[in-house]
Design a protein around this ligand. Sequence first.
Ligand SMILES: Cc1cc2nc3c(=O)[nH]c(=O)nc-3n(C[C@H](O)[C@H](O)[C@H](O)COP(=O)(O)OP(=O)(O)OC[C@H]3O[C@@H](n4cnc5c(N)ncnc54)[C@H](O)[C@@H]3O)c2cc1C
Length: 458
Amino acid sequence: MLRGVLIKKEVNKPTKRATKKAESKSRPPWFDLPTYKARPQLNDRRHAVVVGAGIAGITTACALAKRGWTVEIIESNEAIAQGGSGNPQGIVLPRINIGNSAEGVFYDAAFLKTLSELEQLKQQFPELNWQQGGVLQLGSTARIKKQIAHFKGTSYDLQTDHKSVCKEVQVLSSKAASEIAGIKIEEEALYFPQAGWIDPVQLCRLLLKQAGDSVQLTNNCHVGSIEVDEGVWILRDEKQSLVAQSDSVILANASAASHFTQTDFLPLNYARGQISVVSSTESSQKLSCVICHDGYIIPESNGKHVIGASFIAGDDSVETRLEDDRENINRLRNALPDLFSGEPSGEISIVNSRAAVRATTPDRLPLVGPVADAVFFAENYHDLHKGRPVEKYASAKYLAGLYVNAGHGARGLTSAFLSAEVIATQLNDEPLAVSDSIWQALSPSRFTIRKYRKASNR
Ligand SMILES: Cc1cc2nc3c(=O)[nH]c(=O)nc-3n(C[C@H](O)[C@H](O)[C@H](O)COP(=O)(O)OP(=O)(O)OC[C@H]3O[C@@H](n4cnc5c(N)ncnc54)[C@H](O)[C@@H]3O)c2cc1C
């Protein structure tokens, strides 16, 4: 098959089929999808094992269950959503990136997917604590200030790709922002009217409830190793006892997804974060939407606000620390000095703290897709920097049936649903759930390919 062919601009509108064909030709072979043979056989027993019961694992299991699969989730902890997904409140917000970067386009699509999934779930479970009250982003960093300046000067062209979220984003004057927030906002701010906050633990619980018997959960079980035997993946615990087996396995265990010998090339890092839960007061109860500054505060729920969050790269401790609470409070005071000022003591009372670890990647996009056969990649693509014609290269080879869905960083509540869909459509032999460029941007092999492309490796 000829690859890397430039798509000529046609005078007539191309047919859907022609567009699809052209797209696959523009995809370099190292980002080819797993061939049918490299995927597990689709037989009556559509069964998968997911490692990790956070939002990534649970959405993946549920996306497969919706397609008639049965799924086992294996989780180290005694309950679901005890890691990064275990905060009492979390923000659902896209990541704006000026221009048409893969990051911006992915989070844009992911945000819209999440909104539609949450709407459906709320219809079935009205108790879902999804509060779509909007999010105000203050210009606390140079990046956000730049975005505010950009959005002020832009009238969006609805023909552009990156339109769907951006056209909703508004720059509000301090007066308009104050009206929406219900409290005094001293500066202009970006407003995301469709965004909001959710209870992530309840979300995970309701997703499993919706899936019913199709998804089985095993708690208190740490997967220590995986190995493949005649196309079947065998998962063992740290004592080498058999935990589960299946021809399809999805590693959704955050930064630990790279702890297996087959995946140790994945560049997953971690960053500790701590939220502080503070008592609401008469004045803070007026807050009616999420405010993000260089931290954030979420409107009260049951008399408490979640404020957050510290971010310490390279630290995986989940012990709560006084200094993180202080940092959360100081940031809040700097951004919104009047919010708690009505209190006699002026004190902000912390009732709880919670620390967890985010799994991060160098380009802030998650790793979603099939796991590369690292030996094949090294043998076939190590000389990419030489610039040989693309058609000289063989199609990518993957470890059949092994997938990863991890590295959701600080936006897992926004990115999980679409990422789950990417995996489920692949396993179920359906057309890609995302554009070809997003598929490449999420590919777990992208860093290996970037390394081989770099001239410095010569
Ligand atoms: C302080 C803080 C605040 C945050 N705020 C927000 C927010 O407002 N909005 C937002 O979108 N995101 C937020 N995030 C990020 C978000 O929480 C994560 O992106 C998301 O939870 C990632 O989900 P996950 O399922 O990939 O990982 P996790 O929820 O961490 O789940 C991974 C699971 O895998 C299990 N596991 C690991 N290894 C194994 C093994 N070998 N065998 C079996 N099980 C295993 C773990 O026990 C864990 O349950 C925040 C994160 C932190 C830390």
